[in-house]
Write a protein that binds this ligand. Structure first.
Ligand code: ATR
Length: 276
């Protein structure tokens, strides 16, 4: 017997706070799609078995969140170029041969939020990325494949920034630095990809890194203004934006991969912004 409602889930740990079920329910209602989407707490040791079993039992697609994106990449039988470059996957589906296909929609989510929701092109821009962990790795490929002027990765542990620099410098001018070595260079777009916001902190940056018209973008979001958004406003950034739009846009791209329908994101972003 065929189940008429397609099953989707987000796997992570912790995942109880995830907004993804609400976002995908809103997309489904808006596009008249019948689907079921739940959040499932899965530990690292259970991840591979759970994901494979989900598809074996007829599941249609998975989103993968922290800390399983690298594992999801490894269980993918094939993947997109952007996932291959990131070595991390946030969306899984079955290809036409029923094999697991992985993609990473985080970078395109960031790009769409910048371009469509904040009218900000990254072409010819000098970009500073703060942090060199998983969140940054996930978006770097998409940014590097655009027509940017340069990407500077600043991180507390410079060796990690240098590693990303080596991996991605074939695609764009990418540099690695520590926060103290940023010097007098000015940036058009500064993206916070550190996890410091979780403890209400931001990297110690001088105001002088902000170019005229600089946009500061925090990949984090919360009901309260994030620490980096506060820093940006206090230091005169032209735009200070959190990552709620990126969250919804990466979900929209996953929804499109699964359903071949592109949902409208504006109403969903507005609702999350209002209701939290
Ligand atoms: P995520 O998956 O959220 O990216 P991660 O891979 O652990 O998590 O990366 C966290 C990032 O935040 C790293 O760039 C980390 O810097 P290090 O590579 O030097 O550890 C950065 N970070 C976290 N806490 C920090 C702090 N107190 N000061 C500076 N950077 C910090």
């Amino acid at each position: 017997m065929r189940n008429s409602v397609s099953r989707y889930a987000v796997l992570g740990s912790p995942v109880a706070h995830s907004k993804s079920p609400r976002i995908h329910a809103a997309f489904a209602a808006e596009t008249n799609q019948q689907l079921d989407y739940t959040a499932v707490e899965v530990t690292g040791e259970n991840f591979n078995a759970f994901a494979k079993d989900f598809f074996a039992k007829g599941g249609a697609g998975l989103n993968i969140t922290v800390p399983h994106k690298e594992k999801a990449f490894k269980i993918s039988n094939s993947c997109s170029e952007r996932a291959m470059l990131a070595k991390a996957v946030n969306t899984l589906l079955l290809d036409k041969d029923k094999r697991i296909y992985g993609d990473n929609t985080d970078g395109i989510g960031l790009l769409r939020d910048l371009q469509n929701n904040h009218e900000l092109s990254i072409n010819n821009k000098n970009i500073l990325i703060l942090g060199a962990g998983g969140a940054v790795r996930g978006v770097l490929a998409t940014l590097a494949l655009e027509d940017v002027s340069s990407i500077t990765i600043a991180n507390r542990t410079i060796a990690k920034a240098e590693l990303l620099c080596e991996e991605f410098s074939a695609y764009a001018e990418v540099m690695a630095t520590g926060y103290d070595e940023l010097g007098l260079t000015k940036f058009d777009l500064i993206i916070n990809g550190t996890s410091m916001g979780l403890s209400g902190e931001t990297p110690a940056l001088s105001q002088s890194v902000l170019a005229d018209q600089c946009c500061c973008y925090d990949m984090m979001y919360g009901n309260e203004e994030t620490a980096f958004v506060k820093w940006a406003k206090n230091n005169g950034a032209n735009q200070a934006v959190d990552g709620l739009g990126m969250l919804v846009e990466q979900a929209a791209e996953a929804f499109y991969l699964w359903r071949e329908v592109r949902p409208d994101t504006a109403a969903v972003i507005a609702e999350l912004r209002t209701l939290g």
